[in-house]
Design a protein around this ligand. Sequence first.
Ligand code: SF4
Length: 126
Amino acid sequence: MKNEFTCIVCPMSCVLTVEEQNGEITVLGNGCKRGKEFGKNEFINPKRMVTTTVKVTGSHLNRLPVISTEELPLDHLFAYMHELYQVVLEAPVEKGQIIIENIGGSGVDIVASRSLNQIESKKERA
Ligand code: SF4
């Protein structure tokens, strides 16, 4: 089996040709070692950091940016995004706060990328 990928590790965007023969994977076209590793991983089990926003109430913003603590398998991306779409948080939120623990049973958490304060009118009512 053979496939081509564009390496996204650095802006050089090398075009990698990855081939498997008798269980051995070879990578051609990489300009450096990092590209070889990327090509192998992309061929076997592509992963990406997940960054998106989730709904938040009680703050001056209505969306909170979030990020995965590690890369997640690309083939489960829609399931992760669906889980994130259901989230509705209440401010305040602290940067680094876990928003979803162990998303999709992956062992990876989703955390807040920034803090969001509660709006003043909400504070007074509390
Ligand atoms: S193979 Fe190396 S030089 Fe080429 S894009 Fe990937 S990281 Fe950059």
